[in-house]
Design a protein around this ligand. Structure first.
Ligand SMILES: [Zn+2]
Length: 60
């Protein structure tokens, strides 16, 4: 089982590269049982999509 530290590391790698299948499974399992990391992942997901929207050239 991943620790929270390992899970957050994987979540940040996930932004830059495709995770290996074993990493994805480990992360999925961790997020399933760990509300703190699930919240964290939701937050970085929101931030990331906000950045994408902002960067995609639409006028605000
Ligand atoms: Zn966790």
């Amino acid at each position: 089982m991943l620790s929270c530290k390992q899970a957050t590391e994987l979540m940040s790698h996930e932004q830059d590269r495709t995770l290996a299948l074993s990493e994805r499974i480990g992360l999925r399992l961790h997020l399933w049982i760990c509300a703190g990391c699930a919240n964290y992942r939701r937050q970085i997901g929101v931030l990331r999509s906000a950045c994408r929207r902002f960067g995609s050239g639409g006028t605000p």
